[in-house]
Design a protein around this ligand. Structure first.
Ligand code: FES
Length: 90
């Protein structure tokens, strides 16, 4: 498996809710299933429509639209993953 292909968790800081993201799904799918408002677009990391802010996590960025500085506080959940956990603050 390549880096970032495994399962991880998304912690919703405002509710202490933990969303598991299985190896065969995306963070975007997990957020949408939980009722979080994320706008899906290209689903390939290029358009930036799904960009979501995070406050903490061992992110594995796979997008092609965010700058290095943007990646410090935002990620594209359609393609990007984490080693273990992403915390989003809403
Ligand atoms: S949907 Fe286009 S970057 Fe995520």
């Amino acid at each position: 498996m390549s880096g970032g292909a495994g399962p991880f968790e998304i912690l919703l800081a405002w509710s202490d809710r933990v969303l598991p993201v299985a190896a065969d799904t995306t963070a975007l799918a997990a957020l949408l299933a939980a009722g979080i408002a994320v706008e899906p677009g290209c689903m390939t990391g290029g358009c930036g429509m799904c960009v979501t802010a995070y406050v903490e996590g061992d992110l594995i960025h796979k997008d092609t639209c965010l700058s290095a500085s943007e990646r410090k506080h935002a990620f594209c959940p359609c393609v990007s993953r984490a080693g273990t956990r992403i915390v989003i603050a809403g």
